[in-house]
Structure formats: structure tokens, C-alpha cells
Write a protein that binds this ligand. Structure first.
Ligand SMILES: Nc1ncnc2c1ncn2[C@@H]1O[C@H](COP(=O)(O)OP(=O)(O)O)[C@@H](O)[C@H]1O
Ligand SMILES: [Mg+2]
Length: 554
């Protein structure tokens, strides 16, 4: 074979081989495409199946849906009503919620307050604890002070008893009618007039001097002078308290069973009522209180002290007024008060020296055996306030009328009496009983009739007053002259005043007279006359006061 042939053969072979190869690749491609087609056919089939299933499910679903729609149509009305109820429930819920919120905020606030209160309580507890400690300490100190005080009180009580014994002994030695002189300061309304010329030598003696006047012959200027002496002279600046201090022991001796009488004597306007009562009405204050209110307070406070020593007292008050020789009982029934109410003197009045023990129940004594003064009302009183009440009532009912000397002159004698019955069961000497009487008398004005320029009814009043005051002077004088055995007659029955005061003026009583003096020269005549009367009383020394008491009489 030639090369061409070989070449041609080779080319044929190569072409055959290339064909073969191309065929092989085509086959391969066909095979792969067939496989892909088969796959696709399978996938398509699957899709068809799925579509079928989907269709089935859609059909089922549609069926279900129409069932559902029917149900829904059926349920809608009830759904609507439920919705409505729900709305209401929601609304209710909201209101309940807002209520709850409000309550919660209130609770919150309350909690806040509780907290504050707790904080405050804690601080208070702290303070309380301190206070309790302080109180305990104070209580201890108090106990100690009380023990001291008790010891002192005991010593004081012993001293008081001793003092009173000494005072009673002192008065017995001095005589039992004493006279104090009180000079009243000039009142603003008197500032233009001349002052009375008084020279005080000491607290017991003084000289009163008149202004200069022509002698009888008319040649020389002369003045008259009078010497007076009393147990004590109180000057214009003496206070009510300082005066009461001087008489407090005398007043207290009524609690020891003595009869005590205190008088205020002097012309109208000289200060008798001021001395005995003090100022009244709106002007009243404790500094101006006079002897009567101070006595009442002292007696009741003293009775309280004595109670601790075993003494019990019954106190009876009598308030009388002697007006134109008529005795008015100021404690009689209200309707009768102020109307003169007189009683006859009993036939056999009890003697002044007779012991009160003999009349076991003095307030209920039989008419034949009772003293003149005991016919009048004795009102039992339990405390000082009750007496002050009666005093105020009585003051309103007293007769007052105008005269030229004083536009508020008292034209009657005012007699205030406290009867004190005491009993002590616990004393060392067995049962002790005492019966004391205190008479405090604001006498009517002592001025002489001519001076008061009185006429008619006033003249009659003035005459009655002067008569009863001179009867008082006569009684005192007779008592002075009576001598130790009491033989001389004492003219108690010459006036209602002396009859009432018979027991308080007798030999076993202690009496004190204040002679009140106005410091105006204009009243010189009346002043000298008052001082003379008082000097006469001062000159009397009536027996020795006796205590109306009996030890172990029950
Ligand atoms: N010591 C005194 N201090 C101040 N004023 C007095 C004093 N004494 C009396 N007076 C006043 O003088 C006036 C007359 O006194 P009063 O007690 O009414 O006199 P009497 O009762 O003697 O008529 C009253 O206004 C009274 O207040
Ligand atoms: Mg008077």
C-alpha cells in the first residue's frame, strides 16, 4: 500500500474513529437526556398527584367551610350578645379597676400615715421613757421632801398649839376688853380739807390737837389737845392684812372654846365697814377683804388643820341686824328677810358665865332656857364658801340710807356670829369638847344727832343708834366695876344690841373694839367723842377669860 493509500486509509480510519466517538458522545447525551426526561416525567406525575391531593383537600376544605359558615351564621347572634356582655363586663372591670386603683392609692396614703405615726410613736416612746425616768426621779425627790415636810409640819403644829396657849395666857393677863384705834386715810374727795392733827408718841399713845382758835377772852390764839392711849394704834397706811395679823390669834381662840367679840365703832364714814367687811361689789379684791371674810377663811383652814389632830367641828352662822331697836334676822326666809322680825326675850336667859356644856343642844334649846341670841336662825355651814354666800346676801339686805356725813351710811348694827362646837376623841386627856362663839359687829355710825342734820325718820334712827351705843358703853362700864365675884348688876337689857351680845361681853369672853377715826379736821368733834368713848372702854378690865371646855365629859 502506498503512502497515499496508507494515508487515505488512515484518514478513513480517523474519520471512522471520529464518527464512532461522536456517536458515542451523542449516545451519551441521549442517554442523559432520556434520564432527565424520565426524571421530569416522574416529577410531573408527582405534581399531578399533588395537584389531585390538593384538589381533594380544597374540596374537603370547601365542604368544611360551608359547614363552618352555616355554624357561624347560627352562632352570630349569641356571639353578638356575648360580645355585648363582654363589653359590659369589660366596662365593669374598668370601673372596678379604677375603684381598686383609688382604694389602692388611699391604702397607700394610709400606709404613709401609719408610717409617719409609727415614726412619731417611736420618738414619743423615746421621750416617754425619758419622762418616766424624770418623773421617777421627781417622785423620789418629792417623797423625800414630803418626809421633811411632815416632820416640819409636826413641829409647826406643836408650835401653833404652844403659840395659842401663850396668846390665851397673854390675853388673860392683859384683860379681856382691848381697844385698837384705826386712823383712816384721807379719801380723794377730802383732799381739800384740813388734816386732823395727830401726834403719835408710839404705837399705843397719841395726842389729838385742834386747830388754833381765839381764847375766850379773844386775846390769844389757843389750841386744845387730848391724850389717848389704846392697846394698839394703826396708822393710815396699815393694810387690812397687817390688821388681821394682829387679831388672827384672837379669832383662833374661838376654836379653843373662847367667846370672842370684835366691834367696829366710829362715826359714819370713819371706816367701820371697810375694817369689818372690806370693799364690796365690783371694787372687791382679796387685799381689801376685811376682818369678817378673813376670819371665815382662817377658821375653816384652821379647822382643817385641827382635824388632823383629831378635832371635828360644827359651825353655825347667825346674821342679824339691829335697826331702830328691832332685830332683823338676815338669814330668815327670803320673803321675810329685810322685814323687821322681832322676838320676845325669853323669861330666863342663860347667864353669861354659864357653861355651854349645860345646854347639850344649844340650837334646839327649850324656849325657857335659851339665850336671847339663840332665838334667831343658826344655819349650819360646811365650808367658807357657804358663809361668803350668806355674807353677800346679808350685805344686800342691810338698811342703808343717805345722811349729810356719808351717802352710804349704815344706820343699823350688823351682827355676824359663828358658833363653833368642837370635839376631840383622840387626845391624851380623853374626850374633849369646846364651844366657842365669834361675834363680829359693824356698829352703826356713832355721830351725834345734830351733826348728821337728820330729821324725821333719820332723826329717829340716829336716836336709836345713840341710845344703843350708850347702852353698850354702860354695859362695859358695869362689867368693869363688877368686881371679881360678879356682884354688880350689868344692864344688858337696856338695848337689843347688848342683849344679843350678852354672852360675848361677859366675864369669860374676850372682846376687841376698833375705834375708827376719820383724818379730817372737819370731824374733830366726832373724832374726840369717839376716842373718849373708846378710852372709857379701854379703861375696863373685865375679869379673866375662861375657856368653855370640859375634858372627858362623855
Ligand atoms: N383704811 C382705809 N383705806 C382706804 N379706804 C378706806 C379705809 N377706811 C375706809 N375707807 C373708805 O372710806 C369710805 C367710808 O368707809 P366705810 O367703811 O364705809 O365707813 P363706815 O362704815 O364707818 O361708815 C369708804 O369709801 C371706804 O372704802
Ligand atoms: Mg358702814
Amino acid at each position: 500500500m502506498s503512502v497515499e493509500e496508507a494515508n487515505a486509509q488512515q484518514a478513513v480510519d480517523d474519520a471512522i474513529n471520529a464518527n464512532r466517538e461522536r456517536r458515542y458522545r451523542l449516545d451519551e447525551m441521549k442517554k442523559r437526556r432520556d434520564e432527565a426526561l424520565a426524571k421530569e416525567a416522574a416529577s410531573l406525575k408527582k405534581k399531578e398527584e399533588d395537584a389531585q391531593m390538593l384538589q381533594n383537600s380544597i374540596d374537603g376544605h370547601n365542604e368544611h367551610k360551608s359547614e363552618h359558615d352555616a355554624k357561624e351564621t347560627h352562632l352570630r347572634p349569641s356571639l353578638e350578645s356575648m360580645r355585648c356582655r363582654l363589653r359590659m363586663a369589660v366596662e365593669q372591670d374598668q370601673s372596678i379597676t379604677s375603684g381598686i386603683e383609688a382604694k389602692e392609692s388611699a391604702i397607700q396614703r394610709t400606709r404613709g400615715k401609719i408610717h409617719d405615726a409609727e415614726v412619731a410613736k417611736v420618738s414619743l416612746d423615746e421621750k416617754g421613757k425619758h419622762k418616766v425616768q424624770r418623773v421617777d426621779a421627781m417622785r423620789d425627790a418629792c417623797r423625800e421632801a414630803e418626809a421633811n415636810l411632815e416632820a416640819r409640819r409636826e413641829t409647826l403644829a406643836q408650835n401653833v398649839v404652844r403659840n395659842r396657849q401663850l396668846h390665851n395666857e397673854y390675853l388673860s393677863l392683859k384683860g379681856n376688853i382691848r381697844v385698837f384705834c384705826r386712823l383712816r386715810p384721807q379719801l380723794p374727795s377730802e383732799q381739800n380739807g384740813d388734816m386732823l392733827k395727830v401726834e403719835l408718841h408710839n404705837d399705843r399713845e397719841m395726842t389729838v390737837q385742834s386747830a388754833l382758835h381765839k381764847s375766850v377772852t379773844g386775846v390769844r390764839d389757843v389750841s386744845s389737845s387730848w391724850e389717848f392711849g389704846f392697846d394698839q394704834i394703826f396708822t393710815q397706811d396699815s393694810t387690812q392684812a397687817s390688821i388681821f395679823e394682829e387679831i388672827a390669834l384672837l379669832v383662833q381662840s374661838a376654836l379653843d372654846g373662847y367667846r370672842v367679840a370684835i366691834f367696829a365703832y366710829g362715826q359714819t364714814g370713819s371706816g367701820k365697814t371697810y375694817t369689818m367687811e372690806g370693799l364690796q361689789g365690783e371694787k372687791q379684791n382679796s387685799e381689801d377683804a376685811g376682818i369678817i371674810p378673813r376670819t371665815v377663811d382662817l377658821i375653816f383652814s384652821e379647822m382643817k388643820e385641827m382635824k388632823e389632830r383629831g378635832w371635828t367641828f360644827q359651825v353655825h352662822v347667825t346674821m342679824l341686824e339691829v335697826y331702830n331697836e328691832t332685830v332683823n334676822d338676815l338669814l330668815a326666809s327670803k320673803s321675810g328677810a329685810g322685814t323687821p322680825r322681832e322676838r320676845e326675850e325669853p323669861k330666863t336667859p342663860r347667864a353669861a358665865s354659864q357653861s355651854r356644856e349645860e345646854a347639850k343642844t344649844p340650837r334646839a334649846a327649850s324656849s325657857t332656857n335659851e339665850a336671847f341670841s339663840e332665838q334667831y336662825r343658826h344655819v349650819r355651814v360646811e365650808n367658807a364658801a357657804a358663809v361668803h354666800h350668806f355674807l353677800n346676801r346679808a350685805a344686800r339686805e342691810r338698811h342703808v340710807a343717805a345722811t349729810a356725813c356719808n351717802d352710804r351710811s349704815s344706820r343699823s348694827h350688823a351682827v355676824f356670829q359663828l358658833a363653833l362646837s368642837g370635839r376631840c376623841d383622840s387626845g391624851a386627856g380623853g374626850v374633849q369638847e369646846v364651844e366657842g362663839v365669834l361675834s363680829l359687829v359693824d356698829l352703826a355710825g356713832s355721830e351725834r344727832v345734830e351733826k348728821s342734820q337728820a330729821t324725821g325718820e333719820r332723826l329717829k334712827e340716829a336716836q336709836y343708834i345713840n341710845r344703843s351705843l350708850s347702852a353698850l358703853g354702860d354695859v362695859v362700864e358695869a362689867l368693869a366695876k363688877r368686881g371679881p365675884n360678879g356682884s354688880k348688876h350689868v344692864p344688858y337689857r337696856n338695848s337689843k344690841l347688848t342683849m344679843l351680845l350678852k354672852e360675848s361681853l361677859g366675864g369669860d369672853a374676850k372682846a376687841l373694839m376698833f375705834v375708827n377715826i376719820s383724818m379730817c379736821n372737819e370731824h374733830l368733834g366726832e373724832t374726840v367723842s369717839s376716842l373718849r368713848f373708846a378710852s372709857k372702854v379701854h379703861a375696863c378690865n373685865v375679869g379673866v377669860a375662861k375657856r368653855v371646855a370640859a375634858a372627858g365629859s362623855h
